[in-house]
Design a protein around this ligand. Structure first.
Ligand code: HXC
Length: 258
């Protein structure tokens, strides 16, 4: 499918989606978000895709929701129109893993998009922030919620209230990103992580994603029970037999997603 605001490439089981509005530092307008949701849904259906990487340019992953698109909207427009809800839902309903490869600015909606992904690999030039307070508004796609769960209340309050940017090194220390790599190595690192995931049984991978997402959505006892029951259910799969047999026979497993 052809898109105007993103570039999609499927190679070796990895679907890489590059945000592509260079003149606006990849600011997220509704067209871009709609295309992103469509590309993810296509990849979810495509057996050749086993993991996604979402990335931007060297200068900007995304500098936020598109301020020019929002500036004239009224409360009634955004409330009745439920601004950004269908777009966020489309991303959060994807069951295959999504890695955000972040270089440069990941601000406002850009930081929030990165946090909707399953984990973030950052370049050493990455800058995260929730600067909506400078615009007389606040975060609206998880910047007060996912960020708080990821980095804790102190840093989340600091970033949301002052609008300051967090550099990659601090973001790794705080638990916002899983790895920091030199800028030139970002795509290789994210692609190789995606390929590693693509080698696993898709049943384990999707179950793990569902279970980890329960960690901040359910009370611990319920979430542990969810994990235990899903773990039990895996003993009904051929991939569990294959994975354990391969270990005992000292060979590589041949998973079939069954
Ligand atoms: C629309 C944007 C934009 C944005 C940058 N641009 N960010 N357009 N929406 N969020 C545009 C600029 O207007 C400019 O276009 C071009 O991109 C280059 O930006 P510059 O500002 O000239 O670049 P630079 O001086 O390098 O500064 C980079 C920057 C700055 C620090 C990232 O652009 C900036 O502060 N951007 C806004 C960041 C922000 O406030 N994000 C939160 C948005 S609100 P022209 O045509 O003028 O050359 C948000 C709400 C989310 O995300 C809530 C629900 C989703």
């Amino acid at each position: 499918m052809a898109y105007d605001n993103i570039i999609v490439d499927v190679d070796d089981h990895v679907c890489t989606i590059r945000l592509n509005r260079p003149d606006a530092l990849n600011a997220l307008n509704l067209e871009l978000l709609k295309e992103l949701g469509e590309a993810l849904a296509e990849g979810q259906k495509n057996d050749k895709v086993r993991c996604f990487v979402i990335t931007g340019s060297e200068k900007a992953f995304a500098a936020g929701a598109d301020i020019k698109m929002m500036s004239d909207k009224s409360f009634a427009d955004v409330f009745a129109g439920d601004l950004f809800t269908p777009e966020e839902d489309a991303i959060m309903r994807i069951r295959k893993p999504i890695i955000a490869a972040v270089s440069g600015y990941a601000l406002g909606g850009g930081c929030e998009l990165a946090m909707m992904c399953d984990f973030i690999i950052a370049s050493d030039t990455a800058k995260f922030g929730q600067p909506e307070v400078n615009l007389g508004v606040m975060a609206g796609m998880g910047g007060t919620q996912r960020l708080t769960r990821l980095v804790g209340r102190a840093k989340s309050m600091d970033m949301n209230l002052t609008g300051r940017f967090m550099e990659a090194e601090e973001a790794e220390r705080a638990g916002l990103v899983s790895r920091v790599v030199p800028c030139k190595k970002l795509i290789d690192e994210a692609t190789s992580a995606a390929k590693k995931i693509a080698e696993k049984s898709m049943i384990s991978v999707m179950a793990i994603k569902e279970a980890v997402h329960r960690a901040d959505q359910m009370p611990l006892t319920e979430a542990i029970l969810f994990e235990r029951r899903v773990f039990h259910s895996m003993f009904a799969t051929a991939d569990q037999k294959e994975g354990m047999a391969a270990f005992i026979e000292k060979r590589e497993p041949q998973f079939r997603d069954k």
